[in-house]
Ligand binder design. Structure first.
Ligand code: SAH
Length: 381
C-alpha cells in the first residue's frame, strides 16, 4: 500500500488545520487505494512520528511526506532531514520519501485548490471550519476477527476523526483508529443499555457538525438487528449526509466459525434471521412460520429466551431432536460452540454457562458440521 502524509505546521487554533484535513478527505475519497494522513510539526496531533507509525502498522510499503505551506528552507530549520533519518531507522521496511514541495504531488495541489475554491465561493472567513456537516458512516465491524473487516471499513476507521462504537466491536478493530481520533463507547448490552438510542442519534449529529468523517461502528452488519435504520432516519431529519458500509453478520461469522453451512440444497432452502430479544417477558415472533421444516432459523440475542424458543418451536411442530448450535464470540480466539438438540439445548446452555452475546442456529444444516473446516481465529492460518 502506498501512503501520503500531508505535513502542516500546526497552530494553537485548530481551525487553521481545516484546509489540510479537507485535503486529506478529498484525496482519500478520490484515490481509494492511497492511505492519506495529516501530521503537524507543532501544537496539534498527530506528530509526524505518530502518523508514520500508524501507516507502517497498516503495512504501508512507501510513504511520501508532502510538506504543505512549509517553505523549503524551513525543512532544515524544522529538523525534517534528521527526523526522516530517525524514522527510516525505526521503520526499515517502509520506503520514506520527502517531497520537496507540495507542487511535486499534483493531486495534493488539486485537493487544496478544490477546497480553496469552495471557500472563495462561500464568502466566509477561511479560518472558520466549513459550515457543511461532515459525513457519518455506519460501518459494519463484522463478527469480531479484525481480518473479517471489509477494506472500506478498515480505511474509514483509520481515517475517522471520531468513532462511536458498540459493545460488540473488538479491541483489535479499534486499534486501527488513527492517533488523536475521538473514540466514544455507546455500549448496548442486553440488560444495560449504556446510552439510550435517542442520545446516540443526537451525539452522531453533534459530531458531524464538528468533524469531517464520523464512523458509527457496529458489530456485524449495521442493517441487521443493528438499529442502523433508526440512526439513518435521525441523520436524514438533521440533513446530515451518511453512508453505509455493510459487514459480515454474526450468522455468517458463527457458521464459518463453527464449521457448518447455513443453507444446503438437501436440508435448508430458506434462511430466516430472527431476534430472540425479549419484549414484555416474551418473544413475539411468527412461530408457525419459524417451525416450518427445511429451513435454517438463526436467533440473534436469543440466549435469555432459549427456553421459550425451544418450547415454541416444538409446540409448533419442529421435531425435538432437530439439531441446534449455540456459538459465543464467533470468529474470535475465545469462540465457544455448543452442539445440542432442540429439546435439550436450554439446559445444556445453562450447564455450559454460555452467556450472551451468543447466536442460536436451529436446523438440519448444523448436523453437517465439519470440525476440520472450522474457522481459523485471528493470527492462526
Ligand atoms: N448487527 C449485528 C447483530 C447485532 S444484535 C450483526 O449483524 O451481527 C447482537 C447479537 O448478535 C448478539 O446478541 C448475538 O446474538 C449476535 N452476535 C454478534 N456477534 C456475535 C459473535 N461474534 N458471536 C456470536 N454471536 C454474535
Amino acid at each position: 500500500m502506498n501512503a501520503l502524509i500531508l505535513l502542516g505546521h500546526g497552530a494553537r487554533d485548530p481551525a487553521w488545520a481545516g484546509p489540510l484535513i479537507k485535503a486529506r478527505e478529498t484525496l482519500a475519497r478520490e484515490h481509494p487505494t492511497l492511505a492519506v494522513e495529516t501530521a503537524f510539526l507543532e501544537f496539534m496531533p498527530p506528530t509526524l512520528e505518530e502518523a508514520v507509525a500508524t501507516l507502517a502498522a497498516h503495512g504501508a510499503a512507501r510513504i511520501t511526506i508532502v510538506p504543505v505551506f512549509l517553505a523549503q528552507g524551513g525543512h532544515i530549520k524544522n529538523g525534517l532531514p534528521e527526523k526522516l533519518d530517525a524514522l527510516r531507522r525505526r521503520h526499515p521496511d517502509c520506503a520514506l520519501r520527502l517531497a520537496p514541495v507540495a507542487g511535486e504531488a499534483p493531486e495534493v495541489i488539486a485537493a487544496i485548490a478544490a477546497h480553496a475554491a469552495a471557500q472563495a465561493n462561500t464568502n466566509i472567513d477561511p479560518r472558520t471550519p466549513a459550515p457543511r456537516p461532515g459525513k457519518v458512516w455506519l460501518v459494519g465491524a463484522g463478527p469480531g476477527d479484525p481480518e473479517l473487516l471489509t477494506l472500506k471499513a478498515a480505511r474509514l476507521i483509520s481515517l475517522a476523526d471520531a468513532i462511536v462504537y458498540d459493545h460488540l466491536v473488538g479491541d483489535g478493530i479499534l486499534a486501527l483508529a488513527r492517533p488523536g481520533a475521538e473514540i466514544i463507547y455507546a455500549g448496548k448490552e442486553a440488560s444495560r443499555h449504556t446510552l439510550p438510542q435517542a442520545q446516540i442519534n443526537a451525539m452522531l449529529a453533534a459530531l458531524a457538525k464538528r468533524h469531517t468523517t464520523v464512523v458509527r461502528l457496529k458489530g456485524g452488519d449495521p442493517f441487521i438487528f443493528g438499529r442502523g435504520g433508526e440512526e439513518i432516519e435521525a441523520l436524514s431529519a438533521e440533513g446530515i449526509p451518511f453512508g453505509i458500509v455493510p459487514g459480515i453478520t454474526a450468522a455468517s461469522g458463527c457458521a464459518a466459525g463453527a464449521g457448518f453451512p447455513l443453507t444446503h440444497r438437501d436440508h435448508a432452502r430458506m434462511l430466516t434471521l430472527a431476534t430472540g430479544h425479549l419484549q414484555n417477558g416474551g418473544v413475539e415472533l411468527d412461530w408457525p412460520a419459524l417451525a416450518r421444516p427445511r429451513q435454517t432459523v438463526v436467533f440473534y440475542m436469543g440466549v435469555a429466551a432459549a427456553g421459550e424458543i425451544s418450547r415454541q418451536l416444538i409446540a409448533h411442530g419442529l421435531p425435538a431432536d432437530t439439531p441446534v448450535a449455540v456459538v459465543r464470540q464467533g470468529t474470535l480466539g475465545n469462540q465457544a460452540a455448543l452442539f445440542s438438540r432442540l429439546d435439550e439445548f436450554p439446559s445444556r446452555l445453562h450447564e455450559a454457562n454460555i452467556t450472551p452475546p451468543a447466536l442460536i442456529v436451529v436446523g438440519d444444516v448444523v448436523r453437517l458440521r465439519r470440525d476440520e473446516i472450522g474457522y481459523q481465529p485471528p493470527g492462526k492460518h
